[in-house]
Design a protein around this ligand. Structure first.
Ligand code: HEM
Length: 299
């Protein structure tokens, strides 16, 4: 059974990445969407009009991801952050940020596997009736994503490490202030923006500091990929624009009038996203400073 399951997973991955390459190529040929028409008509955020922002209240579930928290704060995902279907998350991120269908399925599927749940309701025929089995297995609460060393990892730009902030559901304002101080770019309209180099530099600084102060610090290769993926999302979805990122990162609020900077007709592909991750990650330099563990050992 487990052989069949693994074979099905491999087939799904090959299918998804092949389809993603087709999307990336089609995006190269097709004309871009026009600014102002990125979000489909009738969807939250169309024409820059977002549903009302309501900060989380007592008992609401929140996580380490500013984008998912913001979608819940605007009621695009359930405001209490509970019992969210993985497929609902796919739909919400795809239409709100103009991600490709492949991207929007890949990350939620990864999250479902991480939580040992099913991305979709499993259906089975029993006594000639189609029934849903494990129907609670295709849902999650936002806080479920905070499992340390799942996708959540040390050395993040917006959260203290889990050792110092086990909840991981709120941004760290001192870290975010430091992050904004590292923006040096200007876009065509003269707005302050983050560049790839800014985010590589900020990540290197943050990882160096976290490694030096957190005795539990770990960051493996795939977590580095997620970390640089988060930076890539700030550059691609927000164009690195500091004015839009301030409310998004500090309050987890989508600013009125905001529209994804991804103009590709079929949304941001995993291929383009991964190329950006590669560029950010390879430029990250950590300073060689003694770690807390090494200091403790020599004391
Ligand atoms: C598609 C489903 C998504 C899932 C399951 C997800 C999950 C996560 C998780 C678990 C983290 C914590 C990683 C850490 O420790 O730093 C995270 C961080 C982050 N996510 Fe998401 N995310 C999703 C979509 C998005 C989207 C669409 C965006 C941008 C528009 C985004 C932007 C970010 C950013 C900027 C961080 C960095 C947090 C930090 O450095 O502290 N995410 N996400």
């Amino acid at each position: 059974m487990s052989f069949l399951r693994n074979a099905a997973k491999l087939f799904n991955s090959v299918y998804l990445f092949t389809w993603d390459t087709c999307i990336a190529l089609a995006n190269l040929i097709a004309p871009n969407l026009k600014p102002g028409s990125v979000i489909p008509h009738g969807r939250p955020g169309a024409g820059g009009k977002w549903p009302e922002f309501v900060p989380p209240g007592k008992g609401d579930s929140r996580c380490c991801c500013p984008a998912l928290n913001a979608l819940a704060n605007h009621g695009i995902l359930p405001h209490d952050g509970r019992n969210i279907k993985f497929t609902e998350m796919t739909h919400a991120v795809q239409t709100s940020f103009n991600l490709s269908s492949t991207f929007s399925i890949f990350v939620p599927t990864f999250a479902a596997n991480m939580l040992h749940r099913n991305y979709k309701t499993v259906r089975q025929i029993a006594s000639n009736i189609l029934i849903d089995i494990h129907s609670s297995q295709d849902k999650f609460d936002l806080a479920d994503l905070n499992i340390h060393n799942g996708i959540e990892h040390d050395g993040s730009l917006l959260r203290e490490d889990a050792r110092f902030d086990p909840e991981q559901d709120k941004p760290s304002l001192p870290l975010i202030t430091e992050l904004f101080a590292s923006a040096t770019g200007k876009d065509a309209a003269g707005n302050l923006v983050f560049t790839h180099a800014d985010l590589s530099r900020a990540s290197g600084k943050r990882r160096t500091a976290a490694r030096a102060t957190n005795p539990d610090f770990t960051l493996n290769k795939s977590q580095k990929g997620f970390a640089s993926g988060n930076c890539a999302s700030l550059l691609l979805v927000f164009g690195g624009r500091v004015a839009d990122l301030e409310p998004f990162l500090t309050e987890e609020r989508i600013p009125e009038g905001f529209e994804s900077r991804v103009l590709a007709r079929w949304g941001l592909s995993l291929l383009v996203f991964n190329l950006n991750i590669f560029n950010i990650e390879r430029a990250i330099k950590e300073e060689a400073v003694p770690t807390v563990m090494a200091q403790n050992e020599t004391a």
